[in-house]
Design a protein around this ligand. Sequence first.
Ligand SMILES: Nc1ncnc2c1ncn2[C@@H]1O[C@H](COP(=O)(O)OP(=O)(O)O)[C@@H](O)[C@H]1O
Ligand SMILES: [Mg+2]
Length: 365
Amino acid sequence: MTASSPTAALRPHAEQSFADELAALERADSRTRPPGWRLSPWAVTQYVLGTTLDDGTEITPKYIGARRVVEVAVATLATDRALLLLGVPGTAKTWLSEHLAAAVSGDSTLLVQGTAGTAEEAVRYGWNYARLLAEGPSQAALVAGPVMTAMAEGRLARVEELTRIPSDVQDALITVLSEKALPVPELGTEVQAARGFNVIATANDRDRGVNDLSSALRRRFNTVVLPVPATVADELDIVTRRVADLGRALELPEVPTSLAEIRRVVTVFRELREGATADGGAKVKSPSGTLSTAEAISVVTGGIALAAHFGDGTLRPADVAAGIHGAVVQDPVSDGVVWREYLETVAREREGWDDFYRACREVSG
Ligand SMILES: Nc1ncnc2c1ncn2[C@@H]1O[C@H](COP(=O)(O)OP(=O)(O)O)[C@@H](O)[C@H]1O
Ligand SMILES: [Mg+2]
């Protein structure tokens, strides 16, 4: 599917990569579509979770997880409340938000990236100063931000990392979400949201307290928590599929991916994250990094590139060892100790892990 993508962009938007799937769903979708939506809520959910359509079109799963989570998220977008995806890093908040916007609006690009420096212009509008000076305030001099554009066109706007945005800038969203209108006092006008407009925000659990949402803003959102994969098997499924997708998208040479090797990466990350071994429940220390599913995907993909270009074409322990070391040892001193202890007390003793233990020892010197 991605191979036939019409564009050579390094990272096409979801609506570009999956244009064929979205078109097939649009044809097959006979259910009621909320005003301004490109697909019905049912079809959006099928797009996200994957299915095979009656005409044989394969819809690939994007988000791998509980159907109910996706249904609640999609249903929220069809109401007058906005959607807040909450979770620890690497739980696919950004990923899901992009796919929801692509499926609902056919456009995932109306995006505000939340940082401490996000200014009100990003949420509202700014000015083309050359024009403003030459002509004074006019419609032509106004530069709409992504939220304003989404309102005017009746699409979804995405706000990434909402809680990193300073509170006074967050407050600009309150009017937008409650009044569904954005006043432009300089022109004596306002932009009224067209039907189909809504907002998907993401926020990191770990940022809680950075710029907590005001209660006024929180009330405008329905919060959906994206969970960490519950079991090794679930996480293994996510990593295996995403690694295969990524390998195709990056056109990496085919590498027979050893499930055992992927399982090992997932196991190491889970054990370090949870602070206990999967088999005996023996305590291990946790390093400072998050070691999320997303990082496991990166480590395995990096390993495949190594194996393809410099190895014997099979994913080996040595191909993932450097990636794991890099992900685990963020702080060279304290994480280094944690990692060495894990290697000596857990990896060394485990049956079938000799090669892996040696490869990791070699990297950590
Ligand atoms: N449950 C999941 N289903 C599908 N992909 C997942 C899942 N969890 C993590 N990922 C993958 O992890 C990567 C990073 O996710 P991302 O959306 O950036 O995380 P977040 O925004 O929550 O920090 C994405 O490539 C995504 O495909
Ligand atoms: Mg994110």
